[in-house]
Design a protein around this ligand. Structure first.
Ligand code: SF4
Length: 246
């Protein structure tokens, strides 16, 4: 049985305005089921304790609540990110349940930031205590997705559909790697696929940045502002998405 009494935590941030709506306390869990070539935090991929500067901590829910309470007056909510948050879904459930059971934290919403690679039972289990999810769609094309992450994308696509049906899909994030997943035909297909799920969806277009990424030959290429805007324009042409480009 998985340990849900403690979580393997890579780090926490008391205040973030880029991990969901408003100002949020963010818990970055250790361990990921993807191995993305563009990962900015590759030290969070191993699903076990590692030695060194970035050694993750085993933390209990009460220990995290103590940190959250200190920041709570200034927060809109908490977000569990990773690594991959759903790899420790039992712990996430326990944390969200504890937040919702605590009157002093009743104003906080509970969000998950996920790569979407988990089964439907995971979202069904979290949905009673979760207020929303941000899902990364690395690529609609299965082959390119496999090259980018080392894993297929069928669960990711199913997660986006399921979360929308549950009313819990806050945002889909598209990480753009120049020359890899920004081809015109691919972006148009992606726009059509997303529009079929929800033509008013929030979509965040994120330009890949080299910072923190493992060295690789050939090196991945950062998209320029023009290339990112081209993706946003193609998305806008397909539906009434609420688009943000960063
Ligand atoms: S899903 Fe996120 S944490 Fe996991 S390998 Fe990819 S970029 Fe890194």
């Amino acid at each position: 049985m998985k340990d849900t009494a403690t979580g393997l935590v890579a780090s926490t941030i008391a205040f973030s305005n880029v991990d969901g709506p408003g100002n949020r306390f963010v818990v970055f869990l250790q361990g990921c089921n993807f191995d993305c070539v563009a990962c900015h935090n590759p030290q969070t991929i191993p699903g076990h304790a590692v030695e060194g500067d970035h050694a993750p901590l085993r933390m209990t829910v009460p220990e995290l609540l103590t940190q959250i309470r200190r920041a709570a007056p200034f927060l809109s909510g908490i977000t569990v990110s990773g690594g991959e948050a759903t790899q420790q879904a039992g712990f996430v459930h326990a944390l969200f349940t504890a937040v919702k059971d605590d009157l002093s934290l009743a104003h906080l919403t509970c969000f998950v930031d996920s790569n979407g690679a988990c089964g439907p039972d995971t979202w069904a289990g979290l949905s009673p205590v979760m207020d929303g999810a941000m899902i990364d769609l690395k690529c609609l094309d299965a082959q390119i997705h496999q090259q980018m992450t080392g894993q297929p994308n069928d669960e990711v696509l199913a997660s986006i559909r399921q979360l929308h049906a549950l009313g819990l899909l806050y945002e889909v994030r598209l990480l753009i790697l120049a020359g890899v997943n920004n081809g015109t035909e691919l972006v148009q297909h992606t726009a059509e696929w997303l529009a079929a799920v929800d033509p008013a969806m929030r979509v965040k277009v994120i330009g890949f940045r080299q910072h923190g990424v493992r060295p690789r030959t050939p090196a991945l290429v950062e998209p320029n502002a023009h290339e990112l805007q081209a993706v946003a324009t193609m998305l806008q042409a397909a539906a009434g998405f609420d688009i943000c480009v960063i």
